[in-house]
Design a protein around this ligand. Structure first.
Ligand code: FES
Ligand code: FE2
Length: 337
């Protein structure tokens, strides 16, 4: 990070709200139950339109493709139909599988040779996990560079059916997630009694944070997934956050909240319930406010300072930004990010 440029610090007119490209990573698309077998739907995410479809039958695979047919450019999401696991263009019935390979040109005696060699329709790698559809986005269409982690709370029947929430925020995903290492704001914006003592470890595509000596453990996994575990004397509640860029300046925030199925009526069940309420900012008589009530006013209106003036009590903001640059391939040296 460069030395503070005082002129830049004082000239806010040149600052942008969101100078960031769409980052590379795994991103939430929708809940699996919302995509029926054989369905074709146009969706907007990652700053463009995509066609989301699912193969026929119970085991139908989900696919997410660029809308425009490689043949003559018809929009696959307007009139396109699912045949088996493939999407079939309405114009001349070429078929493409979820990996983008052309599987059928019904009237060609010889398929264009390229069809045998490589996918010709841009599709994103898609996996379904935790009852959700996830896509891998990379601006240069490179293959996934890491795997989604295991989240036992979303994989086992020992945990309650998650409560989910969805919010739209007018800023980029990098700005939203910067909150996770901005420890000072927890006191001044959220009303925590003290700035929590915290440690942060940046490791490849992940960040591990520990706040208040184990009370909150955070695991950021790329730009599109973060898991926070709140531990109150051994009772743990979990918040899984999966934000997805909508446009470059708008983010859809999605969250699931869950905890172990403590027997009903026990103290543990009450504590866990309270922790979940606390996370969403709904707990009564709380000393601190959840993100829903206070963070939006900042996110929706701020500008991004690439060269901020920081002080010794701030969290590892610059390390975080350096870490985040790995998700902007080709922009690692861009001074505006
Ligand atoms: S434009 Fe899609 S099959 Fe011709
Ligand atoms: Fe916050």
């Amino acid at each position: 990070m460069s030395v503070i440029d005082l002129k830049l610090l004082q000239e806010t007119k040149t600052l942008e709200r969101c100078p960031f490209p769409i980052p590379a990573g795994w991103f939430f698309v929708d809940y699996s139950k919302n995509l029926a077998p054989g369905e074709v739907r146009n969706v907007f995410l990652l700053d463009q339109e995509w066609v989301l479809f699912r193969g026929e039958g119970e085991e139908g695979k989900a696919g997410l493709s660029d809308p425009f047919c490689p043949h003559l450019g018809a929009h696959l999401g307007h009139g396109g139909k699912v045949v088996g696991d493939n999407i079939r263009c309405t114009f001349h019935h070429w078929q493409f599988n979820p990996e983008g390979w052309c599987k059928d040109v019904p009237y060609a005696k010889i398929m264009p040779p390229v069809c045998k060699k490589q996918p010709i329709l841009r599709t994103l790698p898609v996996i379904e996990k935790w009852g959700m559809i996830w896509c891998w986005y990379h601006p240069q269409a490179e293959a996934p560079q890491w795997e989604l982690p295991s989240i036992p709370e979303l994989e086992s029947d020992d945990y309650i059916e998650p409560r989910t929430g969805h919010w739209e925020v007018n800023t980029a995903v990098q700005e939203v997630a910067e909150n996770g290492v901005d420890f000072a704001h927890l006191k001044f914006l959220h009303g925590e009694p003290e700035i929590p003592p915290a440690t942060t470890e940046f490791k490849g595509h992940e960040i591990f944070t520990d706040m208040k000596n184990g009370y909150i453990k955070g695991h950021q996994c790329g730009p599109g997934l973060a898991i926070f575990r709140f531990d109150h004397e051994g009772v743990v509640a979990t918040m899984v956050s999966y934000s997805v860029p909508y446009t470059r300046e708008q983010t859809k925030m999605n969250m699931s909240f869950t905890h172990f199925k403590y027997p009903e009526g026990t103290k543990e069940a009450m504590v866990a319930q309270h922790l979940v309420n606390h996370m969403v900012g709904e707990a009564d008589g709380e000393e601190s406010a959840g993100f829903e009530s206070v963070d939006f006013i900042v996110w929706n209106n701020k500008k991004y300072r690439p060269n901020p003036l920081l002080c010794d009590g701030d969290g590892p903001i610059l390390q975080y930004r350096k870490w985040f640059k790995q998700f902007y391939p080709g922009n690692e040296e861009n001074p505006n990010l």
